[in-house]
Write a protein that binds this ligand. Structure first.
Ligand code: GLC
Length: 419
């Protein structure tokens, strides 16, 4: 008998198995305060059920996480029981997730119907919504005031204001000041940015809801050409290696005027160790000359791996964490956006997150990535998009040639008349 087994047998003998006290492993992200909030909420579940939780820390890029899970699923690994699922994944990993319908017991009706629809594939509820999100423009109120600049409504206004304030601040003694930060690395985050640039310039959503490939158009090409002027001018050259956290760290250290990010930096920027506490504002993202503001729709769900050896217990943890009570706690502690419409009317939630008003406005401009229509091919679609955007930002190709090539790449990914 190994020591581990001996210890387990001893515990069983002593505590009668503590009514079968078990351990569940959850992968719950590593962006911002993800791990911190996971620990806090897990303690509550442990206190209520006696079961333990092990936190499996994942890479912070959504693309790297997906690759890791696909490896684990391929090996039918039982290492992770509960995992966080990006809003664009249900169609990609549907075969590996447990149908949660029997465990949800109707609570799904209290969430935003669009998210439940997104998480339901072939009639199976594969993931419970945990929080939702949208792309936002963060800005330095103090600097816009100092330079008498309004919050920019268009991408060209943002380009000009970022340049003016960045140059002014550099002259005034801060050589590290940057104008605009965003997710420029070749991964899912860049696809979100590129979709926002293109859709907000009237260039469509790359692939439309009927499955048609729409990206090869002049508005899309122009949007990419404007973005290509940013690296090395208003954005650092190495923005091509930035995901959410790289952008947030610089912004929170006081070294950027504008930043595109999701909602999570807001609460972190208000903490005592933040250099921009009380100095920032949030607005909807700018738009192109012939378009209107667009926010990529983000957000995460919790799901149970089909290979979990404790599916019922894992599902219990998912239902607990995604409950209205825990989502409220999450909103109060880290400002994440609940998936229960009722919580947006909760006075305590609104008081803790005064920026929710801007966020609700961003939701009105939200556009989904084409993940439902392209289903299991979405990751290939997105990777074609981020590679195209990345090549354009690096100056290797101009917008018009880039969107033409992207159309060809997407036709190859589709392989046939339908997705
Ligand atoms: C955020 C969003 C998610 C998106 C990811 C891209 O985590 O919630 O939907 O895919 O960013 O980096």
């Amino acid at each position: 008998m190994t020591f581990k087994r001996y210890a387990a047998a001893l515990a069983l003998a002593l505590f009668g198995g503590a009514a079968g006290a078990a351990e569940i492993t959850i992968a719950c992200g590593s962006v911002g305060a993800d791990v911190e909030i996971c620990r806090t909420l897990m303690k509550e579940w442990t206190a209520r059920t006696g079961n333990q939780v092990r936190i499996f820390v994942t890479p912070n890029s959504s693309t790297d996480q997906l690759a890791l899970y696909r490896q684990q699923f391929g090996a039918k690994s039982d290492e992770v029981d509960v995992l966080m699922v990006d809003v664009v994944w249900p169609g990609i990993i549907k075969e590996h997730l447990l149908d949660l319908t029997p465990y949800a017991k109707g609570v799904q009706k209290e969430h935003f119907p669009a998210i439940i629809a997104n998480n339901t594939v072939g009639g199976k509820l594969l993931a419970m919504p945990w929080f939702t999100d949208a792309g936002l423009l963060f800005y330095r109120k103090d600097l816009l005031d100092k330079y008498h600049e309004p919050v920019p409504a268009t991408w060209s206004a943002l380009t000009a204001a970022a340049r003016k304030i960045q140059d002014g601040e550099r002259k005034a003694g801060n050589p590290d000041m940057q104008g605009y930060l965003y997710e420029g690395k070749a991964y899912e985050g860049l696809s979100c940015n590129a979709l926002e640039w293109i859709a907000s310039s009237g260039g469509g959503t790359i692939v439309d809801a009927s499955g048609k490939i729409t990206v090869n158009n002049a508005a899309a090409a122009q949007a990419l050409d404007l973005a290509a002027t940013w690296p090395g001018t208003i954005a650092p050259k190495n923005v091509s290696s930035f995901a959410e956290e790289e952008a947030r760290n610089i912004f929170q250290n006081g070294n950027a005027v504008f930043m595109r990010n999701w909602s999570y930096p807001w609460t972190l920027a208000q903490r005592a160790d933040s250099k921009v506490k009380g100095k920032i504002g949030v607005a909807v993202l700018p738009h192109g000359a012939n378009g209107k503001s667009v926010a990529a729709l983000g957000g995460w769900q919790l799901a149970v791996s089909k290979y979990s050896r404790q599916p019922a217990l894992a599902a219990d943890l998912v239902m607990f964490l995604t409950s209205k009570e825990m989502q409220k706690k999450r909103a109060l502690l880290v400002g994440s956006l609940p998936t229960y419409p009722a919580l947006y009317r909760d006075p305590e939630v609104l008081k803790a997150a005064p920026y929710f008003a801007s966020v609700v406005e961003a939701f009105n401009t939200a556009v989904a990535r084409p993940s439902t229509v392209t289903a299991d091919k979405y990751n290939a679609v997105s990777s074609a998009l981020w590679n195209t955007a990345s090549a354009t930002l690096a100056g290797r190709v101009k917008g018009a040639a880039a969107v033409q090539q992207l159309e060809k790449d997407l036709i190859k990914v589709r392989r046939g008349p339908r997705w």
